[in-house]
Design a protein around this ligand. Structure first.
Ligand code: GDP
Length: 452
């Protein structure tokens, strides 16, 4: 495989930048570019660093630090050299160019991680987790990606594939050597084993939605009639003066969005326009957008004004949100209360009572959302599916296992069951990357940045 190089740090001015080189000739390339004080690069052992001067031919570019990793003890599993120079955009590009002149090729997006995958340093699901760690925006999402990076899903898929192989090999042995001492594969045994595998796959699929919420963020639509305090609540949660807060009805004419970290989870908040019949063209557009946001929201924060009683407008809101996961919020608890909370709770479930003007309400609400969505009980260490690719593989594996199960029930010959199990195994291997095609791998690495 060729030796590649790339800038591993962002294209921005900073304290230091890192140019990374990986491949058989990494040390040779680094030696042409970097001259350490008092030693030679080729003499440096793995996991050692040296201070020295960086050159492009005879031209001195900068001084910096070289880190050397020797195969297989590196991120990619190959020899890796990392040159840290001063964090200027021009100087970093010059160091990169010097490495290319010295014999390295420019790396493609995600090439270092792809090499780690091809050299058996990680599974495909672990490589995907690397991209997720880079894009994680909140504590829970980072924790999950880290567990995935450590191989939580990989271990689970290994367990499932071992079970599949056990059943598959028993069936093969039985077909190939029917007269031997191999234990007879009974229908009861097959049904029990296939049932277990089906349960494992179902559990992964069931956790997918929860994992997605944690990874990508929970989309929350904040709805309620005008003047109940939606914008104030949005500002409180986002900690920014994003929405217009005013006591004139109907001022929020469009959906304002904000991504915030609340209760450890990432929440994508949409402050929606007040629901009301309107002739105002601009406001009509806002109402239309709100309805769409409402339809796509994972959770609805339905805001009510505690100082006013339920009105017809609220009735209309009840209808709109009847199929959604709703957290009813009674706002303005600091004012004299006129709202019949028990009536509201009968319609929508337990209310959270707050004053959006009190900064402590943000944490209270964050914890409430987290507990209503059961986020705290989500055990990421048991392995969960992080994207559509992984989910697609599990669906295919589960379909095949179900077909195998039905074939056993229908008394179809064991070789037909074996064919289905083969399909299931292929899908599980594609999930972990053990037998993923070039095309699948290329699609995974499209998401990566150059230098990772
Ligand atoms: P929206 O139309 O639902 O977005 O409502 P706004 O956020 O614009 O708030 C309407 C009015 O209610 C503003 O004057 C806010 O200052 C006021 N308001 C919002 N929350 C509270 C609260 O908890 N207590 C009190 N006393 N006033 C509030």
């Amino acid at each position: 495989m060729s030796t590649v190089c790339a800038i591993a740090t962002p294209a921005a001015v900073g304290g230091i930048s890192v140019v990374r080189i990986s491949g058989e000739r990494a040390v040779e390339v680094a030696e042409k570019v970097f001259v350490p004080i008092g030693k030679r690069v080729s003499e440096m052992r793995g996991y050692t660093a040296a201070y020295g001067k960086i050159y492009d031919g005879d031209e001195r570019l900068d001084d910096g630090v070289l880190l050397v990793f020797r195969a297989p003890h590196s991120y990619t599993g190959e020899d890796v050299c990392e040159i840290s120079c001063h964090g200027g955009i021009y100087v970093t590009q010059r160091v990169l160019r010097a490495c290319i002149k010295a014999g390295a090729e420019p790396a493609a997006a995600g090439e270092f991680t792809k090499r780690a995958l091809l050299n058996g340093k990680m599974s495909l699901t672990q490589a995907e987790a690397v991209a997720d760690i880079i894009s994680a925006q909140g504590e829970q999402s980072l924790n999950c990606s880290n567990l995935m990076r450590e191989g939580a899903l990989y271990r689970e898929t290994e367990r499932i594939s071992e079970k599949l192989m056990e059943v598959s090999s028993q069936i093969s042995a039985w077909i190939d050597y029917p007269d031997d001492d191999t234990p007879v594969v009974t229908n009861e045994w097959l049904e029990e084993k296939l049932g277990e595998i089906n349960d494992d796959l179902s559990r992964l699929l069931k956790n997918y939605d929860m994992g997605k919420l944690i990874r990508e963020g929970i989309s929350c639509a904040i709805v309620g009639k005008p003047n109940v305090g939606k914008s104030t609540l949005m500002n409180l949660l986002s900690g920014e003066e994003r929405s217009i807060v005013s006591s004139v009805e109907g001022t929020t004419r469009d959906v304002v969005e904000e991504t915030v970290s609340l209760g450890g989870a990432v929440m994508k908040l949409s402050d929606c326009a007040g629901i009301r019949e309107t002739e105002d063209e601009v406001e009509k557009i806002g109402v239309g957008i709100m309805l769409k946001k409402l339809k796509n929201a994972d959770i609805v924060l339905a805001v009510f004004d505690g100082s006013r009683d339920i009105s017809d407008e609220d009735e209309r809101l009840f209808k709109l949100i009847e199929d959604k996961t709703v957290i009813p919020i009674v706002n303005k608890s600091d004012l004299e209360q006129k709202l019949d909370i028990s009536l509201l709770e009968k319609r929508l479930g337990k209310c959270v009572i707050i004053s959006a003007k009190d900064s402590g309400s943000a944490e209270l609400l964050g914890n409430e959302i987290s507990s209503r969505l059961n986020l705290g009980n989500f055990d990421a260490s048991a392995g969960f599916l992080a994207n559509e690719r992984q989910r697609g593989c599990v669906i295919r594996a589960k379909d095949a296992v179900e077909n195998a199960f039905n074939a056993v029930r229908a008394g179809i010959t064991p070789d037909a069951v074996g064919v289905e199990l083969e399909q299931a195994l292929n899908a599980v291997f594609e999930l972990s990357g053990k037998s993923a095609s070039e095309e699948v791998i290329a699609r995974v690495f499209e998401r990566f940045c150059v230098g990772k």
